[in-house]
Every structure is written in structure tokens, then in C-alpha cells.
Design a protein around this ligand. Structure first.
Ligand SMILES: [Ca+2]
Length: 362
């Protein structure tokens, strides 16, 4: 009885401080599932305590799963902040994400921090609207997404470290805010795939084996870094009357297309470019087939493509050309299209290709 009371006191104290510091810990496997330290018991502890607090995994600590389906760390209650300077790793025997999130939370993966899974996501958010993930270390998956926000709408990812996945670097639901200044890589899919209302700011590198960045209606892409993709660099799919924007001062390299919009009728899509956009087999900037009124503004830089440097597609479109170089065809497509030459003294605009189907040139 005395031992039981002691345990209760310990749990009560934990609930008050809501702080767990996981130091170099037990080597005894727990439930036969964890080769190194506390994994499932940590989650259980959180689940039995209420309130908010901080989970700290200190430098040198490892929470490793190598069996079962429980993640090395599971966040099941709203309001916890995790600071990880150690390692949260699900090995091949552990069918789980490195960190599983089912409630709004904040994860700070520090420069020494490693969050990984061999079989599922590095971090998987299955519930947790408005969660924040800040990464200065390494987050990776050996099979699927480095980070998956399956149901974490409105979540924010700030990456100054590396995020690596196979089916995607980052897969996100609506309202993603992503700020990347280091590296996001996918070896078997898109670098970043998001849905409605994504705001993606890249000053680092996004490298993908298919599309670099893809999103749907309401996307805003600001790139001053490098996006490299084996199909299209950026692919945005607007719904009917949707609005999407791309502002590029960096480099977007796509094999199939540099930037492609596959918008719905009535969508309003725009690109502002002063950087470099290239496509080795297709189009530099192409506003897809649907009737949409699109605007391309070029103030500097280069667009180089195998076929169309610019294809404005159906709809009444505007190309404001102030300066820069276009290598390829410039095509207004169907509709009543306008080419505005907006250069002033000192500007040079060069088009190495045919200019076709513009109804108005000013
Ligand atoms: Ca057109």
C-alpha cells in the first residue's frame, strides 16, 4: 500500500509540473517493443495526465521503437510542447511514425534532434488543427512522407533542417503554412503536396522525384530558393473561381513544366517572375486549358523551355513584360490576350522565339 501511494504522488507531481525530461534511460525493453527506452509508457503517462506542459528529450536520449504499433512518442492531449534534442526513431519492426500526433501540439526538433520512421511518417498528425512543427534537425521517413498533416489543418511547419520522405517530403491538409530555408526532399513523390489555402515560402531547396510543390485553390507560393523536380516544378490546381499565386525570385527547374496551373473555369492565377524558370521537355509557365484569366508579370530573369516559354491558355490573359529573357514560344492561347511591354529606359526584354495569339500588344 505504501508503494501505491508513492506512485500516486509521483504522478500527481508530474501532472502539476507537466514536464517530462527523458534522460539516458532504462535499457530494459518495455513490453518487448522498445529496444532502448520508454516509448509507449511515455505516451501512456501523457494520456493519464491533463493540462499543458513541456516534453523534453535531451541530447543523447533515444526513444526507439522496434516492435508493435506504438510510436516512440505519441501526443494525445492538446497543448503539449515537445523539445527534442535526442532521437525518436521507429525501426523496421515498429509500424508507427516517429512521432504520432492526435491533438494540437508544438514540436521543436532541435539541431541535434532526429525524428524518423522506417515504416511510416517521421511525424504524423492525424488530428491537431493549428499544430506547429519547427525543425532544425532531421525528420525523415524511409517509406512515406517525412511529415504528414493528414488532419492538421492550419498547421505551420518551419524548417531550417532537413525533411526527407519517399512518397512526399511534406504532405499536408488545408491551410498549410510552410517556411523552408533548408532542405526538403522526396525520393519517390512530390516535395510538398498541400490542399486548399497553402502558403509556402521557400528560400532553401525542395527536391522531388515527381512534382516539386503541388497545391490546390488559394495557394500562395513564394520562392527565392531552388525547386527541382523530375516532372513539374510547381503544379497548382485551382478549383472553379479559385485564386493562386506564384512569386519567383529564385530558381524553379522542372523537367515537364516549370510552373503549371490546371485551374478550373474562372480561376484567377498569377505568376510574378524575376528569377529563373526552366523546363527541359515542356513549358516554362503554362496556365492550363480551362477558361481562366491569368496574369504573368516578368520584371527580370529568364524563362527557358523546350516548347512554350509562356503558354497563357484559354481565357483573357495578360503578360506584363518589363525585362528579362524568354527562350521559347510566347503563346497567348485562346481568348482576348494582352502583351504589355512595360519596360522603361535601361530595361532589356528579349524573346528568343515566336510571339503568337495576342490580340493586343501595347
Ligand atoms: Ca488566353
Amino acid at each position: 500500500m505504501k508503494l501505491k501511494n508513492t506512485n500516486k504522488l509521483a504522478l500527481w507531481a508530474l501532472a502539476l509540473t507537466a514536464t517530462l525530461t527523458v534522460a539516458h534511460a532504462a535499457t530494459t525493453p518495455v513490453n518487448g517493443n522498445y529496444s532502448t527506452v520508454v516509448g509507449s509508457p511515455l505516451a501512456d503517462t501523457l494520456a493519464t495526465n491533463s493540462g499543458t506542459g513541456t516534453i523534453t528529450v535531451v541530447l543523447g536520449s533515444t526513444l526507439t521503437g522496434n516492435g508493435g504499433t506504438a510510436s516512440p512518442l505519441s501526443i494525445t492531449l492538446v497543448g503539449y510542447t515537445t523539445n527534442n534534442a535526442g532521437s525518436l526513431t521507429a525501426l523496421t519492426g515498429n509500424s508507427s511514425a516517429g512521432v504520432a500526433v492526435s491533438a494540437t501540439t508544438a514540436i521543436n526538433n532541435q539541431s541535434s534532434g532526429v525524428i524518423s520512421s522506417a515504416t511510416l511518417q517521421g511525424i504524423s498528425v492525424t488530428a491537431g488543427v493549428g499544430s506547429t512543427i519547427t525543425n532544425a534537425g532531421s525528420i525523415s521517413s524511409g517509406t512515406v512522407q517525412g511529415i504528414l498533416l493528414a488532419a492538421g489543418a492550419g498547421s505551420t511547419i518551419t524548417n531550417t533542417g532537413t525533411i526527407t520522405g519517399v512518397t512526399a517530403g511534406v504532405g499536408a491538409s488545408d491551410g498549410l503554412i510552410l517556411i523552408n530555408s533548408n532542405s526538403i526532399t522526396a525520393t519517390g513523390g512530390p516535395g510538398v503536396t498541400a490542399t486548399t489555402g497553402a502558403s509556402i515560402t521557400n528560400s532553401g531547396t525542395i527536391t522531388a522525384s515527381t512534382i516539386g510543390v503541388t497545391a490546390t485553390t488559394g495557394a500562395s507560393i513564394i520562392n527565392s530558393g531552388t525547386i527541382t523536380a523530375s516532372s513539374s516544378g510547381v503544379q497548382l490546381t485551382s478549383g472553379i473561381n479559385g485564386v493562386t499565386t506564384v512569386n519567383n525570385t529564385g530558381t524553379i527547374n522542372g523537367t515537364t513544366n516549370g510552373i503549371v496551373f490546371t485551374g478550373g473555369a474562372g480561376s484567377v492565377n498569377s505568376v510574378t517572375n524575376s528569377g529563373t524558370i526552366t523546363s527541359s521537355t515542356g513549358n516554362g509557365v503554362i496556365f492550363g486549358a480551362a477558361t481562366s484569366n491569368d496574369t504573368l508579370t516578368m520584371t527580370a530573369g529568364t524563362i527557358t523551355a523546350a516548347t512554350n516559354a509562356v503558354s497563357l491558355g484559354a481565357g483573357d490573359d495578360i503578360f506584363n513584360l518589363k525585362a528579362g529573357t524568354l527562350n521559347g514560344i510566347v503563346d497567348g492561347g485562346a481568348g482576348n490576350d494582352t502583351l504589355n511591354l512595360t519596360g522603361i529606359t535601361g530595361d532589356t526584354a528579349t524573346i528568343n522565339g515566336n510571339v503568337t495569339t495576342f490580340e493586343t500588344i501595347t
